[in-house]
Design a protein around this ligand. Structure first.
Ligand code: PGA
Length: 261
């Protein structure tokens, strides 16, 4: 049975001075049996969040890593540097793709570094509005997956706990979320795209999250879909009330899947 994952992407928000308290508040309000929780603060707040969450069953994640392990890359952070700070990492977020020119092949190299370093990757894929409007969304996501995953060992990626987040770009930060049915159709398409890459039955075991304007109000639309295994949450993840509502709803799905013990 696939897990239910609720992952907070704080993006470029919080400081080391306030991140710990926010993390602690969210953790205390999202303790729901069977729900896997992750908080991804900015790099400089990782230590504060890790310390604040000690004793809590909440994973800490980074929002990116460099595609090399070390070297002359001013201003960058490698997977090795996250040792002791993070156990998850978001890769290929659409903001990285759009503003920092990350390509599918670069994202694939980052995946390798994450796997080598023992970080659990959340690989983001998703189409822009023009692709959705012209009905090309499945082809776009298929090619993003192929570009990042082709030639990479499905067994190693599955062992690393790879999670895929479907985040339509037009839904991120816009207040315009996809429908549950559209997200579920894409989750099916994602698993179908993994099979020819050698994933076989592992595709079915791969968690697929939805992301893009998720709130406590619409989370049920996504978690009501058996193909969807949780959410990657941006704006609402900075609001403890929202996270409490999202986690509570996630708990219902976790219980229905027999994950809550
Ligand atoms: P949003 O961001 O929830 O603010 O739309 C989601 C994301 O970018 O992961």
């Amino acid at each position: 049975m696939r897990p239910i994952v609720i992952a907070a992407n704080w993006k470029m928000n919080t400081t080391p001075a306030d991140a710990g308290e926010l993390a602690r508040t969210i953790a205390s309000r999202t303790r729901v049996p069977g729900v896997t929780r992750v908080i991804c603060p900015p790099y400089v707040s990782l230590a504060a969040v890790r310390d604040a969450l000690s004793g809590e069953d909440v994973g800490v994640g980074a929002q990116n890593i460099h595609h090399e392990l070390a070297g002359a890359f001013t201003g960058e952070i490698s997977a090795l540097m996250l040792d002791g700070l993070a156990t998850w990492v978001i890769l290929g977020h659409s903001e990285r793709r759009a503003y920092f020119n990350e390509t599918d092949s670069l994202v694939g190299r980052k995946l390798d570094r994450a796997v080598d370093a023992g970080l659990r990757p959340i690989l983001c894929v998703g189409e822009v509005l023009a692709d959705r409007e012209s009905g090309r969304q499945t082809g776009i996501v298929d090619s993003q997956l192929r570009g990042a995953l082709e030639g990479r060992d499905p067994v190693a990626l599955a062992a690393a706990g790879l999670v895929i987040a479907y985040e339509p770009v037009w839904a991120i930060g816009t207040g315009r979320n996809a429908s549950g049915a559209d997200a579920a159709a894409m989750a099916d398409a994602i698993r179908a795209a993994l099979r020819p890459l050698g994933w076989g039955g592992t595709a079915e075991a791969t968690p697929v999250l939805y992301g893009g304007s998720v709130t406590s109000t619409n989370i049920g639309d996504f978690l009501g879909e058996p193909a969807i295994d949780g959410a990657l949450i941006g704006g609402a993840s900075l609001k403890p009330d929202e996270m409490a509502g999202i986690a509570a709803r996630a708990g219902l799905t976790a219980a229905a899947r027999g994950l809550a013990t």
